[in-house]
Design a protein around this ligand. Structure first.
Ligand code: BG6
Length: 481
């Protein structure tokens, strides 16, 4: 591929979303509930954030949104399929209106020259499967995920070339009680997480194989949360903790997808900690075969991490996101005998306590390339912030422009060092429902006029970043000013 202005010709400039975070229409036209409908109702009741019933109302605004994306010059748009919209019971009878929605959306995108990049599953498991057997608690998910993948391939294979099986498997594993499992059974059983992770690897492998079998020229990947974990100091114990954190948080997932193997040091740790999962005959062969169908890695990058040697006696817990949006508060991850998260004193945090670190993106992209030599696509990156809609309909978001500008510079530097980067799809095209901070935490280039309490008409407005990004795309990344 020829490199023009630092970016390859045909580079996929666009943006990303996920179904439950933008579509709304949670119970419309035959769609049944998914876990996020339930989870976000709980979040609403506990913390007052919006639920998933309307979000950005993309279901009804998609034509207007696609037109705005086209105005920005998008070449791609990352979206996910709402599983319980197309298959309300997870498997079995399809829902004709839900199926048609995505045909219409893909047609609209193609009519504007925008390539869809489709995630099969972005946190929103049909409740039917949760109620039937507890979702990822059961090995049955492997076959049901394959069923779903085959359904999607047959239905949309001629309209979609880029497929991502699972969004952020490592995040699902870390927060499995919140993002996946409704049942309180096994809530505190961390061993369950790695069993579910194993099922996801099998499900991913079956889906990747199915897509390759059914869709000629398809390109298959999965999107992972990728964050380099720096040592808090040059003390050898901290440096070792950083190595362990990178293996545990990044490479354990990448190795399975890309090499078709489990990282030895992580397996040894899980064994020592009594967290090891069961493997049945043929499982490892399936994961290996799946890796042969892995064409690109979707990189979701927001921030880097920082770790130190673990404090003896501290018990295991995942990182807790900032829930206040007022900076400061964050509870760091602890993995006993492995690493402990801590603040990076060299970085400035957002209001939602995410450290801003463009160099971390270059770091992880180069790591992935040197370790695996595989093409990558940025499938998420962005700044969640409070925005203000001015009386004249403008939204001034220089902080977002600056964040994205610095990350694009980091991408350029990574490409110059040999990284095969296919595209940039920051989070998010339009404002949508955050996983942890409602509607008030905004990421979009397109402002959606609603609040957590009042859905209004969800009118769309162009932010300053909209015009800026349009110019970036028009110059293929040359003009970042
Ligand atoms: C990613 C997820 O982890 O981060 C998205 O794939 C999510 O679904 C995004 O919205 C931003 O996180 P948050 O908590 O600010 O919505």
């Amino acid at each position: 591929m020829e490199v023009v202005n630092g970016f390859p010709e045909g580079f996929l400039w666009g943006a990303a979303t996920s179904a439950y975070q933008c579509e709304g229409a949670a119970l419309e036209d035959g769609k049944k509930e998914n876990q996020q409908d339930v989870i976000n109702r709980q979040i609403h009741d506990e913390r007052g954030y919006a639920d998933a019933s309307v979000t950005a109302d993309f279901y009804h605004h998609y034509k207007e949104d696609v037109a705005l994306m086209a105005e920005m010059g998008f070449k791609s748009f990352r979206l996910s399929i709402n599983w319980s919209r197309v298959l309300p019971d997870g498997v079995g009878e399809p829902n004709p209106k839900g199926v048609q929605f995505y045909h219409d959306l893909f047609a609209e995108l193609h009519a504007h020259g925008i390539e869809p990049i489709v995630t099969m599953w972005h946190y929103d498991l049909p409740m039917a499967l949760v109620e039937k057997y507890g979702g990822w608690r059961s090995r049955q998910m492997v076959d049901d995920f394959e069923y779903y993948a085959r359904f999607l391939a047959k239905e949309y294979g001629s309209e979609v070339r880029y497929w991502l099986t699972i969004n952020e498997q490592s995040i699902v594993v870390n927060y499995i009680d919140k993002k996946n499992l409704i049942s309180k059974e096994d809530f505190y059983n961390p061993r369950y997480r790695y069993q579910a992770n194993h099922y996801m690897n099998l499900a991913h492998a079956k889906a990747a194989i199915a897509i390759h079998e059914l869709v000629p020229n398809a390109l298959v990947g999965a999107a992972l949360d990728c964050a380099p974990y720096y040592p808090a100091s040059s003390a050898p114990q901290d440096v070792l903790a950083s190595r362990h954190a990178n293996e545990f948080k990044n490479y354990f997932y990448m190795d399975a997808y890309i090499k078709g193997t489990y990282t030895p040091s992580v397996l040894a740790y899980l064994e020592r900690q009594g967290l090891m999962f069961d493997v049945e005959p043929g499982d490892l062969e399936l994961i290996k075969r799946g890796s042969e169908c892995f064409d690109f890695l979707g990189v979701n990058y927001y921030q880097s991490g920082c770790v130190k040697a673990p404090t003896p006696g501290k018990s295991r817990h995942p990182k807790e996101n900032n829930k206040t949006g007022k900076g400061g508060h964050v509870e760091y991850e602890v993995q006993p005998d492995l690493f402990e998260g801590t603040k990076n004193e060299y970085l400035v945090d957002t209001d939602f306590s995410m450290p801003i670190d463009p160099s971390g993106l270059q770091f992880i992209l180069e790591e992935i390339n040197d370790r695996y030599g595989i093409p990558v696509m940025i499938c998420e990156n962005g700044l969640g912030a409070y925005d203000t809609l001015e009386k004249d309909g403008s939204i001034h978001d220089p902080y977002r422009i600056e964040y994205i500008r610095q990350h694009i510079k980091a991408m350029k530097a990574a490409i110059a060092n040999g990284v095969q980067l296919w595209g940039y799809n920051p989070w998010s095209a339009m404002d949508l429902l955050s996983t942890s901070n409602g509607i008030a935490k905004r990421y979009g280039f397109i402002y959606v006029d609603r609040t957590d309490d009042d859905v209004r008409e969800c009118r769309r407005y162009r932010k300053d970043s909209f015009y800026w990004y349009k110019n970036v795309i028009a110059t293929n990344g040359k003009n970042l000013e």
